[in-house]
Design a protein around this ligand. Structure first.
Ligand code: HEC
Ligand code: HEC
Ligand code: HEC
Length: 398
């Protein structure tokens, strides 16, 4: 073996350097200035953390002293059940016999919290800002982050104290402990079932026009390309995902402005991913830069953001495999082996960055532009969680 080492070094240095794919290194790969999609709310949550601004959220403060809480339990129930006030408590808790349809079970069943011997001060502070008792709580700081006023929280506490009877469910599906977990078994490659499958041909047509002059045999050349993305790109000093590659390469070699999340960019991404269908996902963390970017990705997944103060791992880790209202929360493994995909609830093809943006906005955090450095690092982390799984793209989800 000792004799082999210098020989290998010789062979490597004698081999011609592999050609690097030309990239346009200047400017943004996404529309700039970035704007939220038409149809999305325009609210900004500048006071709260984003993935790019981790210190905006005000710190939690300390326990508030309250005496005996009096309040209006009927008003409290109305507030607790109201979906317009940040989603309401039933998103995560069952709350006695009056519980409305499809509650979630991220939090404990509170149907008998009135018998649990909790002090008023505990209940008040748990609702105002649970972080004073549990810094990792996945319960939003309802008072501290301005969802409910203090008098409203007193009403909610008055309601909680009336809860002394187990819930009864009219319909078995309403019980989050018994609700069957969703199974995605539609045939993703049937264009009658999955409208994203039609986009494979649209992408192939673009490829023929703008790319085939240099890549005559894409089926062979790019059989594994999409499952080896994202990757660390020294020329940009960031993690490069498939869609940002497409934007920067198309600009450099064909003068095309196929910015991320444009129709052409997404179609090309669908096509290139389809070429790698069935291949096992592989992540290259061999360089120190890639490993460091991955480590930052892990930290980003743990960062609490937005008015709701949720981290990715709150919903997809601590609360994974539970229901948040009627929505099942998946765990990271199995989440990033089937993008891009068709979202039936939105009638759109989504790449992974659009999914990240959505998961930011739903916790009331400002989303980042699709080509943000932080999304690249998060993508690398999530891909690592899915390493070894076989790509099934484009897929379909609700
Ligand atoms: C996103 C999910 C989520 C929502 C929404 C939510 N909670 Fe919670 N809640 C939890 C979790 C999880 C716990 C368990 C402890 C923890 O993680 O801090 C909890 C714990 C509690 C506790 C403490 C229970 C005990 O044993 O002392 C109370 C009280 C409570 N929630 C009330 C509420 C009220 C009132 C609302 C609506 C204003 C609400 N929760 C909304 C997730 C949630
Ligand atoms: C002018 C020639 C040229 C054109 C046109 C061209 N490419 Fe490339 N492409 C290259 C070169 C050179 C490389 C690097 C060597 C290689 O991998 O073949 C490359 C590499 C790639 C790779 C592999 C990248 C990697 O990570 O190593 C992909 C995927 C790709 N091109 C896609 C496309 C697409 C999509 C188009 C159409 C927008 C396109 N190319 C048009 C020259 C071109
Ligand atoms: C408030 C809870 C919540 C938070 C926080 C959250 N997500 Fe999600 N996420 C969801 C829900 C609900 C869905 C749709 C149901 C599902 O597939 O899990 C989803 C779906 C996804 C999917 C697609 C899953 C699939 O199988 O197609 C990915 C990927 C994802 N989230 C990543 C993230 C990342 C990364 C973060 C952190 C930036 C994050 N999520 C934060 C609730 C959340």
């Amino acid at each position: 073996m000792r004799l082999l080492a210098p020989f290998i070094a010789l062979v490597l240095s004698a081999a011609p350097a592999l050609a690097q794919a030309p990239l346009s290194l200047e400017g943004s790969a996404a529309p700039s200035p970035w704007q939220r999609y038409p149809g999305w709310n325009k609210t900004n949550w500048d006071k709260y953390n984003t993935l790019a601004n981790p210190t905006a959220t005000p710190p939690s403060g300390s326990e508030i002293a309250v005496g005996a809480v009096t309040g209006d339990p009927a008003r409290g129930q109305q507030l607790a059940f109201d979906r317009n006030r940040g989603g309401g408590c039933l998103a995560c808790h069952v709350m006695g016999p009056k519980t409305l349809e499809t509650p979630g079970n991220v939090g404990p069943d509170l149907s008998e919290i009135g018998n649990a011997g909790r002090t008023d001060q505990w209940l008040f502070n748990y609702v105002f800002d649970a972080r004073v008792y549990n810094p990792k709580s996945v319960m939003p700081p309802w008072g501290k982050h301005g969802f409910y006023t203090e008098p409203e929280i007193r009403d909610i506490v008055a309601f909680l104290k009336t809860l002394k009877t187990p819930a009864k469910f009219a319909n078995a599906l309403d019980d989050p402990e018994k609700r069957p977990t969703p199974v995605e078994d539609r045939d993703a490659l049937d264009p009658f079932v999955n409208p994203a499958a039609e986009r494979i041909e649209a992408g192939a047509a673009l490829f023929k026009q703008s790319c085939a002059s240099c890549h005559a045999t894409p089926q062979a050349s790019f059989k594994r390309w999409a499952v080896e993305m994202p990757k660390w790109e020294p020329r940009l000093n960031k993690v490069l995902g498939a869609e940002e590659f497409i934007a920067r390469h198309a600009k450099a070699v064909a003068g095309k402005d196929w910015l991320m999340q444009s129709r052409e960019n997404t179609d090309m991404s669908v096509y290139l991913h389809s070429l790698a269908n069935g291949e096992a996902i592989k992540v290259d963390l061999s360089s120190p830069e890639a490993k460091a970017a991955y480590d930052r990705g892990v930290k980003l997944a743990e960062l609490k953001v937005g008015q709701f103060d949720f981290a990715c791992v709150d919903c997809h880790g601590q609360a994974a495999n539970k229901w948040i209202r009627g929505q099942w929360l998946g765990e990271p493994k199995g989440q990033f082996d089937h993008f891009p995909l068709w979202r039936t609830s939105r009638n759109e093809v989504w790449d992974i960055r659009k999914r990240f943006e959505w998961c930011n906005v739903q916790v009331r955090a400002n989303e980042l532009p699709p080509d943000a450095v932080e999304y690249g690092e998060l993508e690398l982390y999530l891909r690592k969680m899915n390493e070894g799984l076989k790509l099934t793209a484009p897929n379909i989800r609700h």
